[in-house]
Design a protein around this ligand. Structure first.
Ligand SMILES: [Zn+2]
Ligand SMILES: [Zn+2]
Length: 125
């Protein structure tokens, strides 16, 4: 069975790379909204922490997905609150953070995290 992977404090679906919601207190599993993959809530406690130095930890398809959902910031450094519509829930506030992920002449990428549902997405400058 594939293991969920974690970037910063976020957990991603091992099947499709979608950001998973945090489990409710009483729930013992998280269902991926995208592919219905069921992830045990214990993954949050016993998480697989991966880094760029271990790219082989991912199947190639997942690595593709991962490129579009790249690094998120850690807790406590969630960026600036801006007026941006969340594509997942329609909430009009999100935290934004700009990161230089690619080479300098290609511009930067802005990461958004919904202030309501914590959905994350990004926009290339
Ligand atoms: Zn999924
Ligand atoms: Zn949202």
């Amino acid at each position: 069975m594939a293991l969920a992977y974690k970037i910063g404090s976020l957990l991603f679906c091992p099947e499709c790379g979608t950001l998973l919601s945090r489990p409710k207190d009483s729930a013992d599993s998280i269902i991926c909204e995208q592919c219905r993959h069921e992830e045990p809530a214990s993954s949050y406690d016993n998480i697989v922490i991966t880094t760029r130095s271990h790219p082989d930890a991912f199947p190639s398809a997942l690595r593709q997905k991962r490129k579009t959902q790249t690094k998120f910031h850690d807790k406590g450094d969630q960026g600036t609150l801006v007026s941006e519509k969340c594509p997942a829930c329609g909430h009009m506030e999100a935290y934004s953070k700009e990161m230089q992920l690619r080479s300098a002449d290609e511009g930067s990428t802005i990461f958004y995290t919904c202030a309501s549902c914590k959905h994350g997405w990004r926009v290339n400058n």
